[in-house]
Structure formats: structure tokens, C-alpha cells
Design a protein around this ligand. Structure first.
Ligand code: BT5
Length: 260
């Protein structure tokens, strides 16, 4: 957990904007916007122009967050049982897929649980964290006109960015609005109708079954099978040659690698 002091009051802050029912604060730089947003109330969001310690979904994976991308954390309320909100990472992937397709990104697809890819290149990633029982922080990293491979040469050929995919309109504030609108809509659907509707739509977003290799949490061994999307509770469905159909909770899977 970070040790940063709470962000300055939101009122009269020139870097604060209201968008789509959200209050959004923009800061030049922070370690991780998820940490910086951890103490904000619901329907507040924080965007940094640069993250110095952007994080991936597991501690040893970092998220390169150079100037020109969207590094955004949005706080949503999570009333009721914690279990109801365990599907937020999947639901967020679905929300972003729809919003970015609408924005005009061609050939966009999802890789479980919520990577947004164009072909095999990663355009965006999601990190959802629960710092408090009543809220969740949804962190979204989206490459726009930044060059992550310059900061991290190992990423060459593995990343995509909006500037190469969609003409014009690459203002991070506009994209923040688009993302926040989609998150708000997703939240309403989860609250009012549950995850089932989203699960059905998500199963179209993976674009068919694919051979994958899973690494289970806390285990070194990997095993291969055919990825079959998710069930109505959000569990990953896999068919292996040896054991047939199996399901896994997201927390059981440390890594999914596509083999084709
Ligand atoms: C993710 O992790 O994809 C989650 C990324 C979440 C980033 C947001 S930004 C706002 C908020 N604040 C944070 O600190 N994080 C969130 P994962 O699935 O573990 O993927 C991480 C992997 O993606 C790395 O190991 C790299 O291989 C790759 N990667 C790193 N930076 C990238 C970038 N800018 N674009 C594409 N791929 C990248």
C-alpha cells in the first residue's frame, strides 16, 4: 500500500473536471494511480500524465506508463456481498471492449481476463483492486500516443497504441471521458441485472476457442487446453485432452498464455 498523503481537495482545483457523473482529478505524476485513488470516494477518478511505478496484475509485472497514454483509476461503489463484485475485472474488460470498438479501433479483441489486444499486440490492461470494503478501484492503462517500447525495449512488437489505429482524437481527457462513461454503464448493469448478461456478451469478445497454457496460482507447472470462455459466474472454462472440461476461479489462474 502506498504511503502518499491524501490528494488535495477536489473543489476549485483547476485540474479537476466533471465528466459523465464523475469527478476527475489530473496530476502530472504519481507512482500508481490505483494507490493514489485508494482513499477517494466512489465516482471519483484520478488520471496521471505519467506513472513512475505503474503496476500489472501480479507484483513482478510492471506497467510502462510514459507521457501520452491514459493512466486512470476510477473508484466505484460495491454495495452488498463482496462476491457480487468479484467479476469487476471481467466486466471492465467487456466495458472497454465496447467503448473502444465504438471509438473506431479495428480488430480489437479480449484475452482473458481483460487484456485488450489488436492482433497479438496489447493496447490496454486493467487492474482492479479493493482497498476498502465499500469500493473498488478500477485501474485502466491505455496506450494512446506514448511509446512504451522506448522505455522498455522488451515490449517492442508487443504493444499497440491508438495513434496508429484511429485517425485524430487522441486527447487523453476525451478518452478518460469515454472510459468513465463505459465504466458507469457497466456498473449499472452489474447492479441492476447481474453479471449473466455481460458473461454472454463477453463470450463473443474472446473471438472463439483457442489453445492456451495456464499457470495456476502458487504452482510452477503449466498445462495446456482449449479456452472456452467463461461461465455465468465468471469462471474460466478450459477443456484439456486428459481431464476434459474444467472451470477455474480467476484467483486460481496466475497466467494464461495463448499458444495460437
Ligand atoms: C495489466 O497487467 O495489464 C494491468 C495494467 C494496468 C495498468 C493500470 S494504469 C492505471 C492503474 N495504475 C496502475 O499502477 N496500474 C493500473 P498484466 O496483465 O499483469 O500485464 C502486464 C504486462 O503487460 C507486462 O509484464 C508487460 O509485458 C506488458 N506491458 C507493460 N506495459 C505495457 C504497456 N504500456 N502497453 C502494453 N503492454 C504493456
Amino acid at each position: 500500500m502506498d504511503t502518499m498523503s491524501a490528494p488535495a481537495p477536489l473543489t476549485n482545483d483547476p485540474a479537476t473536471l466533471l465528466a459523465e457523473g464523475w469527478t476527475v482529478r489530473v496530476v502530472p505524476e504519481t507512482a500508481s494511480t490505483n494507490f493514489a485513488a485508494s482513499r477517494l470516494p466512489a465516482w471519483h477518478a484520478l488520471r496521471a500524465r505519467v506513472q513512475t511505478g505503474g503496476r500489472g496484475r501480479i507484483p513482478e509485472r510492471r506497467w510502462v506508463s510514459d507521457e501520452g497514454g491514459l493512466w486512470l483509476s476510477a473508484v466505484v461503489p460495491c454495495p452488498g456481498a463482496a462476491r457480487k463484485w468479484e467479476i469487476l475485472p471481467l466486466a471492465t474488460g467487456w466495458a472497454l471492449l465496447g467503448a473502444l470498438r465504438e471509438f473506431g479501433v479495428p480488430d480489437l479483441r479480449l484475452r482473458w481476463p481483460n487484456d485488450l489486444l489488436v492482433g497479438r499486440r496489447k493496447l490496454a490492461g486493467v487492474l482492479v483492486e479493493r482497498f476498502r470494503p465499500d469500493t473498488a478501484v478500477i485501474g485502466v492503462g491505455l496506450n494512446i500516443s506514448n511509446r512504451p517500447e522506448l522505455a522498455e525495449p522488451a515490449l517492442a512488437g508487443a504493444t499497440a497504441r491508438l495513434a496508429d489505429l484511429v485517425p485524430g482524437g487522441h486527447d487523453p481527457d476525451d478518452l478518460a471521458r469515454i472510459v468513465l462513461r463505459a465504466l458507469r454503464r457497466m456498473h449499472t448493469i452489474v447492479l441492476d441485472r447481474g453479471f449473466g448478461v455481460i458473461a454472454d456478451a463477453l463470450n463473443l469478445g474472446w473471438q472463439g476457442s483457442r489453445r492456451v497454457e495456464l499457470t495456476l496460482t502458487g504452482r510452477a507447472a503449466t498445462f495446456a487446453g482449449s479456452f472456452q470462455g467463461i461461465d455465468a459466474q465468471g469462471r474460466l472454462r478450459l477443456v484439456t485432452e486428459r481431464d476434459g472440461p474444467q472451470t477455474f476461479d480467476a484467483s486460481q489462474v496466475a497466467r494464461l498464455r495463448e499458444l495460437e
